[in-house]
Design a protein around this ligand. Structure first.
Ligand code: HAM
Length: 433
């Protein structure tokens, strides 16, 4: 036998059925993905977001300049390769890509305010664990051109509504990181403090003192957390404009009835953030990787990537993490056939194909059995597929052009004509949807 080829570490297959699962981690089914994605498709346009799709492959420079050279994401986790003299990278997130597209297509010249949403795979070479993969899926939104705090609150309310609608248990965390005016002073004060505690920090944080001191605040190492607890706080350094913005966000959230927790440690892993940052953190069910969605404002990024001085804000949610939470709750958007048709002989098979075609043309899902088997086994199969009705088609039914349609859940039998079959099925569905 030839040797098997296994999937790449950190990637996972999402299959229609969970019956192949070998571990006790809830198995992700495609139905969970659909539930998450469909709810976003329904909700996001209500807030004016339109879908944008950008390539998974971008020039490496985009991420180095966009996300920041000293971040873990760029420093350690990029899938980069040489494409005949040009360095390209599999996208690790989509904000930098959407900003690139926004600038490249001069969108700001046509629209003063732009709202885009997206869904797609992202790639980070991280250590694999539950809820953390090397290929994962994000659904996110980005809004360009709105400097005031009301858009911040609107986005947070959207995220809150979305997660609630799906029944995901979470807490909304909120922070501000200041801006180019006030953050440098804070950074300096933080560095001075961290240098004095350098010997108590982990190796990574020792390095971060000089490169990215703010990241020390959210290191998971208990010793670093102890140091972080005594560190100066950003809110002591905010300039008046940043203070007013943050107060505005909180007021709007209160007006909109969104609960939140102020969290000075919420510093995020990407360099482009200014002012508001927010994260939805699962209160149970995810273990260490508990951040379901995160985002914030990035007022300088469009300009830094060669565009006009247009502010931006957005968030991205991890679809696998949301799907894991839905799997735990047993929720799934299942695609089940309305009618399962089991022909007993060759003549009946041809008629079964025709009936299925009629049903599908009428927008009803149908599955035809391609196996020869007795009626009892066919009914078992229909049941396993979760079909609503089963039709066993024999010689008698063919001659009379009438049959009995079995409703699988209740066991009820419905006499129906096979002429105008789709209408008959629809009538039954209308009676008891
Ligand atoms: P991020 O916090 O890096 O932000 O990622 C957002 C979400 O993606 C995380 O909260 C998590 O649910 C999911 N995620 C991240 N890495 C992994 C992974 N290795 N495996 C599974 N899920 C993962 C961003 O990417 C920003 N672009 C968000 C944003 C949009 N900020 C402004 N606009």
């Amino acid at each position: 036998m030839s040797q098997r080829i296994r999937g790449v570490k950190g990637t996972r297959d999402v299959l229609p059925s969970d019956t192949y699962a070998k571990d006790d981690d809830p198995w992700l089914r495609i139905g969970h993905y659909h539930l998450v994605e469909q709810s976003a498709r329904d909700l996001f346009p209500l807030y004016g977001y339109r879908e944008a799709r950008t390539p998974v492959l971008e020039r490496t420079d985009l991420f180095v300049r966009g996300i920041g050279e000293v971040t873990d994401i760029v420093g350690k986790e990029m899938y980069t390769f040489d494409d005949r003299g040009e360095s390209v990278t599999l996208r690790q997130e989509n904000t930098a890509s959407l900003v690139r597209a926004y600038v490249e297509h001069s969108v700001s010249q046509h629209e003063p305010e732009t709202k885009w949403w997206y869904v797609g795979p992202m790639f980070r070479r991280e250590r694999q664990q539950r809820g953390r993969y090397r290929q994962f899926t994000q659904i996110g939104i980005e809004a360009f051109g709105s400097p005031g705090p009301r858009i911040d609150a609107e986005q947070i309310e959207l995220l809150d509504r979305w997660l609630r609608a799906l029944g995901i248990p979470f807490e909304m965390h909120l922070n501000t990181l200041g801006d180019a005016n006030c953050r440098p002073r804070y950074r300096e004060a933080l560095q001075t403090y961290l240098r004095s505690r350098a010997k108590d920090l982990c190796e990574d944080c020792g390095r971060r003192i000089e490169t990215n001191p703010i990241r020390v605040l959210d290191c998971k190492n208990p010793k670093c957390q102890e140091v972080a607890a005594g560190a100066p706080r950003m809110d002591q350094f905010l300039c008046d404009a940043c203070k007013a913005h943050f107060a505005g966000v909180q007021e709007s959230l209160q007006r909109l009835g969104v609960a939140f927790v102020l969290d000075p440690k919420l510093v995020r892993g990407l360099d482009y953030y200014t002012r508001t940052t927010y994260e939805a953190i699962a209160t149970s069910g995810l273990g260490a990787q508990s951040t379901v969605a995160g985002g914030g404002r990035y007022d300088g990024l469009v300009k830094d990537l060669g565009g006009p001085d247009v502010p931006g804000i957005g968030f991205a949610a991890g679809v696998e993490r949301m799907a894991l939470l839905l799997a735990r709750q047993g929720k799934e958007a299942a695609a089940k056939p309305v009618v399962f048709i089991a022909p007993l002989g060759d003549a009946e098979a041809a008629r079964a194909d025709q009936l299925a075609q009629e049903l599908r043309a009428a927008g009803l899902s149908a599955e035809v059995s391609f196996r020869k088997s007795n009626p009892a086994n066919q009914l078992k199969r229909a049941d396993a597929l979760g079909a609503r009705f089963a039709l066993v088609l024999g010689d008698q039914e063919l001659k009379a052009d009438r049959a009995r349609l079995k409703e699988l859940k209740t066991g009820a039998q419905h006499e129906v004509s096979l002429r105008g079959f789709a209408d008959e099925v629809r009538r039954l569905l209308e009676k008891a949807p």
